[in-house]
Design a protein around this ligand. Structure first.
Ligand SMILES: C[S@@+](CC[C@H](N)C(=O)[O-])C[C@H]1O[C@@H](n2cnc3c(N)ncnc32)[C@H](O)[C@@H]1O
Length: 342
């Protein structure tokens, strides 16, 4: 954190400092491995990762959204004889909380642990929805420093229309914070297509602003070279994962690969390490590995990690597995490290 924030969020029981979990990873994580999956509570894993000298350039966090629901995985199976598809429910994740205070306390501990793992050029992207984004933004200002706030990306999507006495919610919020605002951030400029009205008026050529003696733009001229488009803004229109999409895994709240592709492309270079402490079905892992970024994913749901591993195998990639072992288990069984599968 850079400067002491003057405005903070308060709630009963708020305590940003606490004793470390004291867990460890077994086996230890190799920083150069293309893909590592860690099973266990992400707070234990994140704190144990702090012993690893290499930091992460991008951490993408997609935590439960405080929905007050249990989210199930949908498993589709085709009967080899009849060809009929049957659906059953598998383990997803639970999103019930005692209170918003408990939710924010849990999130604050994880955001702090991720902060410690970022390189000076690195950033955190926290994916939430408008029910909590205002609280989480003030919290991140406190944990990172307000000057570390970089962007609030609105992911706008289309969903099945439903009539209600309100505007239908059709966006999520991605908050981006940089680790060190004085360091040169990793940032590759991306472009989006020119607006149809711009193309109609100016054509497809690059535009150059003609500036007067007083420094104000007097007119624009169009050059011969084709335009790359306009610098990408902070409202992203990307479709949700369609029911028939090839990338669909059946895991609840799976995020589209196009969203992660954009983030990873903008915020990292090949070889930079990427972290996803709420890995779920492994969208970040699949995309980062394909783009040549070593990636570490953490999830407490073993079924989710099996799904990740299968998804990566289909991409021709092997994964290393590790387990986050909390201190209490280490004390109970100091000489018997957890058995690994896969
Ligand atoms: C919203 S889902 C992530 C979905 C993922 N982005 C995708 O595209 O599939 C959240 C995930 O976080 C995991 N999770 C929640 N709390 C956790 C914790 N304390 N430690 C580890 N994993 C956790 C859940 O098991 C769930 O898989």
């Amino acid at each position: 954190m850079v400067g002491a924030p003057k405005i903070t969020l308060q709630w009963p029981g708020k305590a940003l400092s606490r004793a470390p979990t004291g867990g460890r990873l077994t086996p230890a994580v190799c920083p150069d491995a293309p893909v590592t999956l860690i099973e266990g509570d992400n707070l234990v894993a994140l704190e144990a990762l702090q012993q690893d000298a290499a930091g992460f350039t991008l951490a993408y966090l997609d935590p439960p959204f405080f929905t007050g629901r249990s989210h199930h995985r949908v498993i589709r199976q085709r009967d080899p004889e009849s060809g009929q598809i049957s659906r059953s429910l598998g383990r997803g994740f639970d999103d019930h909380w005692e209170s918003l205070e408990h939710y924010l306390s849990a999130l604050a501990a994880r955001i702090s642990a991720v902060h410690a793992l970022l390189t000076p050029q690195g950033c955190l992207v926290l994916h939430v929805d408008p029910k909590t984004s205002h609280y989480v933004k003030v919290l991140c200002d406190e944990l990172f420093g307000p000057e570390c706030f970089a962007s609030e990306i609105v992911w706008r999507y289309r969903r099945w229309p439903s009539k209600q006495r309100n505007f239908q919610r059709v966006h999520d919020v991605l908050l981006r914070y940089v680790k060190d605002p004085k360091a040169e951030p990793r940032f590759q400029q991306l472009y989006e297509p020119l607006a149809p009205s711009t193309r109609a008026t100016w054509g497809e050529g690059q535009q150059r602003a003609v500036v007067g003696a007083d420094g104000r733009r007097v007119r624009s001229s169009t050059l011969e070279q084709p335009s790359r488009g306009v610098p990408l803004g902070d409202v992203w229109e990307i479709g949700i994962v369609a029911p028939v999409a090839k990338e669909r895994t059946g895991y609840p709240t799976q995020k589209p690969e196009a969203l992660l592709t954009r983030l990873i492309e903008a915020c990292t270079l090949p070889g930079d390490r990427v972290l996803d402490p709420y890995a779920g079905s492994g969208t970040t892992l699949a995309v980062a590995a394909r783009m040549g970024r070593p990636v570490v994913g953490i999830d407490e749901n073993r079924e989710a990690l099996e799904l990740c591993a299968a998804r990566l195998r289909r991409q021709g990639l092997g994964v290393r597995r590790s387990r986050a072992v909390p201190r209490s288990l280490r004390q109970a069984r100091p000489t018997s490290p957890a058995r690994l599968t896969g």
